[in-house]
Design a protein around this ligand. Structure first.
Ligand code: ATP
Ligand code: MG
Length: 442
């Protein structure tokens, strides 16, 4: 069944198949089948957001999102593989073997009958008022993210200026940027992130509002900022995103201690900056090569300038051992950071181990070496040592020594044995069932 006609009377542009570049065969079959199933049940449904934007730009979409007139409960009835998630923003997740399709019901304007949904500072607290397609479009963040694709007609629907801004390579908030950022300050991070990923310019009014309102990010929950931090630094565009965060003065909202340390320009800061640049660039390379990337190493890297500074102070001024100084500094810096962008324990513990293990590399006696190479965090801590050596914070010859030692057969054997032991241990350890994750999408 074809989608109903939307009731917009505004500047709706419907682009026929011959006039845009999206081919059905570049769209995930699961996404197409979700849209078709919802439409067949008599509702409207479209692909929306990043996937339409990326397809029009000839990029491979990261995921496929669907917008529909059906409520989450109505969607759930159509798919046995569906789960409803989120409170503030209720969504239907439809699971396929290797893919998740997210289905959101059209958002609408709140009226007086609806419960209070905007806080005194303008932030949206709840966003579960349903609406029509054109109401949905103006509630999205960027004009280029508010494009819809009608799978049945193969048309692109633009209710704003999405296509125009896509062609002009412009990042522009829908509506008044300051109001939209007050409603949800995370949109500032998103604007910076998409400008970096797509290499689009942020339009002046949107840019001005970011400079003015960046502090509002302080009101955002630490878990939501953790999710954004992962998107910024672990999805293959870390270098460009980091630059954009710096350009728009947003980095300090995520990592205030690091920003403070960079601004204070204390001793050795140039090497810290270089280490951040190299480490961030390496993260992109790992993503490109399909290697795993972890928030533990990322946070260890991003917080290092402050940890190093403090540890140095405790070691020199308060006569702590290097290891103790690093432990104290690491503990202080991480507890403060976690109030801004959270970090689950499964990452924060390894992060602190990466720091604490650094002095161990200076000890080259056989028993210590044997113990260190078998440590579950050895590889991460060694990678961290390499970075430090590259910027002159550790002895290059020492780093080379650790590189060479890993080529020795006896060391490799030791590592293989301990890996088997560790694997066995982690499999046999009884695990508590994971807590259900709260939706953090909006
Ligand atoms: P990608 O998935 O490639 O990172 P995306 O644009 O699809 O990019 P998602 O986070 O998947 O981003 O969100 C899907 C769509 O939901 C967006 O394109 C946008 O239309 C809308 N959206 C997401 N976050 C917000 C927000 N904070 N405020 C308004 N609209 C949003
Ligand atoms: Mg998406």
């Amino acid at each position: 069944m074809a989608n109903q006609t939307f009731k917009s009377n505004s500047s709706v542009v419907v682009i026929p198949p011959a006039e845009h570049s999206i081919q059905l065969d570049s769209i995930s079959e699961n996404a197409i089948s979700v849209v078709k199933t919802i439409c067949a049940a008599g509702y409207e449904a479209y692909l929306v957001g990043g996937c339409v934007r990326d397809l029009l730009l000839g990029l491979q979409p990261k995921d496929f999102d669907v917008a529909t007139s059906a409520t989450p409960e109505q969607v759930q009835k159509l798919f046995p593989n569906c789960r409803l998630i989120g409170r503030r923003f209720r969504l239907a997740h439809i699971y396929f073997r290797r893919q998740l399709i997210e289905v959101a019901t059209f958002r609408g304007a709140a009226n007086e009958e609806n419960e209070k949904h905007v806080a005194d500072d303008g932030r949206i607290l709840r966003d579960n008022v349903y609406g029509t397609l054109d109401e949905d479009a103006i509630r999205r963040d960027l004009t280029v993210n508010a494009l819809y694709y009608d799978v049945n007609e193969q048309t692109v629907i633009d209710l704003g200026e999405g296509v125009k801004d896509l062609e002009a390579r412009t990042i522009k908030m829908i509506g008044d940027p300051a109001t939209r950022f007050r409603e949800d300050p995370v949109r500032m991070l998103r604007a910076a992130r998409f400008s970096a990923k797509l290499q689009f310019e942020i339009e002046p009014e949107t840019k001005g509002a970011i400079f003015e309102l960046a502090d509002l990010l302080e009101n955002i929950s630490s878990s939501r900022l953790f999710d954004e931090t992962k998107k910024i630094f672990l999805s293959g565009y870390a270098k460009a995103n980091y630059q954009a965060l710096m350009d728009y003065q947003l980095f300090g909202s995520l990592f205030p201690q690091t920003q403070h340390r960079l601004d204070a320009a204390s001793e050795g800061i140039e090497s810290d900056k270089k280490m951040l640049d190299i480490g961030i660039h390496n993260t992109d390379l790992r993503v490109e090569q399909g290697k795993p990337v972890t928030p533990a190493f990322l946070y260890a890297l991003l917080l290092w300038p402050e940890v190093r500074y403090k540890a140095d102070y405790y070691h020199k001024q308060e006569s702590m051992s290097k290891k103790q100084a690093l432990d104290v500094a690491g503990s202080e810096v991480s507890s403060l950071q976690l109030t801004r962008t959270s970090l689950p324990r499964r990452f924060s513990l390894p992060m602190r181990e990466i720091w604490s293990m650094q002095p161990w590399f200076e000890q080259k006696s056989k028993p210590r070496v044997n113990r260190l190479v078998c440590h579950p965090r050895f590889r991460a801590a060694y990678d961290f040592l390499l970075l430090r050596a590259e910027v002159g914070q550790a002895d290059k010859a020492l780093a080379d020594w650790w590189t060479q030692i890993q080529e020795q057969e006896d060391i490799q054997e030791l590592q293989a044995q301990s890996k088997t032991k560790n694997d066995y241990r982690s499999k046999s350890t009884h695990r508590r069932p994971r807590k259900k994750r709260r939706n953090s999408n909006h």
